[in-house]
Write a protein that binds this ligand. Structure first.
Ligand code: T5A
Length: 210
């Protein structure tokens, strides 16, 4: 595949959506074709599943059901959108990917890591992001940025849940230092975007050497 796959990760309100737009503009100004997408979602099927996952329900999904839904949506997303775009030279910028499953279903809900490893192996044995920007901020800071919004089913979890999600993200970042770049999202947006620009330049330089 000729394009590059960039993912953004972090807990609620750290600035993933805001910085997805920034990355799109940065890459387009560097002459790249860019496709922005998100998980769960990115296809009609995935967006339907997203609604089921995030809406208030009068029943509770089991942890494994929730995880399987994430991977079902992801499988369709990869085959229908991500792989074709990468083959067509696009820079694919995705708001969350499998690192979110390790963080939320693993760290947050307590699903064993090897279950997620297995599903990942089934769904995308040959696809890994080229660059993951992990926006890191303490739960209290990121939640203060979205306190006025209507909360989805995850955002109603308590701060302890998000502490575990954040710890799991940090653990993954330490395991995959070549791919996951930690950006301090408690800084001003200008500083955050300066850091992101640095990592994007490194990726573009690396690609121009190939
Ligand atoms: N999920 C997802 C799983 O459980 N498993 C999975 O495998 C996957 C893929 C999806 C939910 O699904 C779960 C995780 C999630 O709970 P979502 O809508 O994609 O939900 O994600 P959210 O995190 O809920 O999205 P948010 O919109 O809440 O957060 P963002 O995108 O991180 O934040 P953003 O960009 O909207 O910014 C929030 C506010 O902060 C300001 C922005 O202007 C905005 O007002 N801001 C800053 N302010 C000051 N300084 C900065 N540095 C700022 N950066 C942004």
């Amino acid at each position: 595949m000729k394009g590059s796959f960039i993912t953004l990760e972090g807990i609620e309100g750290v600035g993933k959506t805001t910085n997805t737009s920034f990355i799109k503009n940065f890459l387009e100004n560097s002459g790249k074709k860019v496709l922005v997408t998100r998980e769960p979602g990115g296809t009609s099927f995935g967006e339907n599943l997203r609604e089921i996952i995030l809406e208030e329900k009068d029943y509770k999904l089991s942890i494994i059901t929730e995880c399987l839904i994430m991977f079902a949506a992801r499988s369709q997303h990869i085959e229908e959108v991500i792989k074709p775009a990468l083959s067509d030279d696009y820079y694919v910028v995705c708001d969350r990917f499998t690192d979110a499953t390790y963080a939320y279903q693993g760290g947050g809900r307590g699903l064993p890591k090897d279950v997620i490893d297995h599903l990942k192996y089934i769904v995308h044995p040959d696809l890994e992001p080229d660059l993951t920007i992990y926006l890191d901020a303490p739960e209290k800071i990121s939640f203060s940025r979205i306190e006025d919004r209507n909360k989805d089913s995850f955002e109603k979890e308590d701060l302890a849940f998000f502490k575990n999600v954040r710890s799991s993200y940090l653990e993954q970042a330490s395991l995959h230092q070549d791919r996951i770049m930690i950006v301090d999202a408690s800084n001003s947006l200008d500083e955050v975007q300066k850091d992101i620009s640095h990592y994007l330049k490194v990726l573009l330089d690396r690609n121009s050497d190939v």
